[in-house]
Design a protein around this ligand. Structure first.
Ligand SMILES: Cc1ncc(COP(=O)(O)O)c(C=O)c1O
Length: 473
């Protein structure tokens, strides 16, 4: 009878002897090795089998009796006192959990897939090897020294005020935005902003418009809320204003994701008038405006908004590093308190220490210097990728992009985007597909090639692999 106990006991190596024995017996009962009504070994026998003292076994039995697993009967012995559900029933529920209708909708979106580490040509990764690690460590230590326990309690769901102020200053200067620090809400990511806005503004069946092709993270957040997503086509002035109304409109006006088109001023004004007419909200995702190489990016749409209908999102995932998990949302004054309350329900607030370090990084001018360096680096990498792709022009056409961390290419008709991407994957090369980014099928075949995180050698090797992929097919 004690053989399974002996094996289980040897697997529980952590903690004191009494705790290990308790864990062993709980597991034996949960796993069906000991069943309801069964007599367990006497303290003398178990102590002998496991090489423990009787006092330890006594103490463990007493503890398990107080938890309801065992019952001791004077003169008769100790018995299992609990009926565990049958093993097979448990296995069935664990394998196929039943979710709410909302849960099923969430699962159907497929979620978000961000590259866990930079590699050719995964999209969306910044160059982490060029990050000023030493400076960051110094700032971390100095913030911790100066603020110590002040940053260890609960924080404001809207964010750490000095960081909100530093972002408001940066946005006024670099993005032509008009906002007070209070209008800046700190979040873990743009994705969390989208999730929060979907939760607050969308009922199942509501209509949301987004550019097609467009950012799947946004589409999936809206679909998860049960919204109906309709694609808005683009021309060279950006998303074309449509007839009718939608509850929300998601745009990337400064640098369309993934083609890089910048929306014209006339279009921006027309969309703002549309939002005012229909009482709609415009989500402006300003996701990579820090990285424009050929000319200054157009100012954010928020700066033109006289009606308070624009919510602008930005993230440090690209300009600093993704695992920092800090982003922001600039909202009209009427939304500050309701969105703060919603955020408090979600996860309380973002971690305080990284917010304070990031605030210092911005206030001391390091952010501006880091961006200047990264812009130079990324521009040279984009130019190199364009040059290396030139010999592949029989198969693909790059879409000229004035900025960003990735370059979109379209594939010549007849090329099988999905098959080529799958084959490249087997060869360790990521070729993220363009066509699934269309809201309505069929999407244009192509790839979104991340270049910012790749050294010149990595770009050259990736392009050589791509070339052999075409030649072998
Ligand atoms: C258009 C767009 N918005 C947002 C993000 C992600 O930002 P975050 O990491 O803050 O969710 C990305 C990432 O690739 C993006 O392409």
């Amino acid at each position: 009878m004690s053989t399974p106990l002996l094996t289980l006991f040897s697997h529980h190596a952590q903690g004191g002897l009494r705790e290990r024995l308790c864990a062993t017996l709980r597991q034996a009962i949960a796993g069906g090795h000991l069943t309801f009504g069964q007599k367990v070994p006497s303290t003398r026998q178990l102590a002998g089998d496991l090489g423990l003292s009787r006092v330890t076994v006594e103490a463990a039995y007493a503890q398990l009796e107080s938890e309801g697993y065992l019952q001791r009967e004077t003169g008769r012995g100790t018995f299992v006192a609990i009926v565990m559900p049958a093993q097979t029933a448990r296995a069935a529920t664990v394998d196929r959990p039943r979710f709410s209708a909302r849960g099923d909708t969430v699962i159907a979106t497929g979620g978000c897939q961000d590259p866990p580490f930079p590699h050719a040509f995964a999209a969306g990764s910044p160059e982490l090897r060029a990050f000023p690690h030493q400076l960051w460590r110094r700032l971390y230590a100095s913030v911790q020294r100066s603020y110590g326990s002040q940053l260890m309690g609960y924080g404001d769901p809207l964010g750490y005020l000095p960081l909100r102020g530093a972002i408001a200053d940066y946005l006024a200067l670099s993005r032509g935005m008009r906002c007070r620090p209070e209008q800046v809400i700190i979040l873990t990511s743009s994705q969390q902003a989208l999730q929060l806005l979907a939760m607050m503004f969308l009922d199942p069946g509501d209509e949301v418009w987004l550019e097609t092709p467009g950012y799947p993270g946004a589409r999936n957040a809206f679909l998860a809320a049960g919204a109906r997503c309709r694609g808005v086509p683009l021309d060279d002035e950006g998303a074309i204003v449509q007839r009718g109304a939608a509850r929300l409109l998601y745009l990337t006006p400064s640098h369309h994701y993934p083609t890089g088109v910048a929306m014209s001023l006339a279009r921006r004004l027309a969309w703002l008038a549309w939002a005012q007419r229909h009482g709609s909200w415009i989500i402006e995702d300003d996701y990579d405006s820090e990285f424009h190489y050929d000319e200054r990016p157009t100012p954010a749409m928020q700066g033109l908004d006289r009606y308070g209908r624009v919510i602008t999102l930005g993230t440090f995932s690209k300009s600093l590093f993704p695992s920092l998990r800090l982003a922001w949302m600039v909202v009209p004054p009427a939304l500050i308190a309701p969105l703060g309350q919603a955020r408090s329900l979600m996860d309380g607030h973002s971690a305080l220490l990284p917010q304070a370090v990031t605030a210092a990084f911005l206030q001391q001018g390091h952010f501006a210097s880091h961006l200047r360096l990264m812009r130079q680096l990324y521009r040279s990498r984009r130019d190199l990728l364009l040059a290396q792709l030139h010999p592949l022009s029989p198969w693909l056409t790059p879409i000229a992009t004035p900025g960003g961390l990735q370059l979109t290419v379209t594939l010549r008709e007849g090329e099988n985007e999905a098959a080529l991407s799958a084959q490249a994957e087997r060869d360790g090369l990521a070729l993220p597909r363009l066509s699934p980014l269309a809201t309505e099928a069929p999407g244009q075949a192509g790839w979104i090639l991340g270049f910012a995180a790749l050294s010149p050698g990595e770009i050259a090797t990736g392009c050589a692999k791509m070339a052999s992929l075409f030649r072998d097919n």
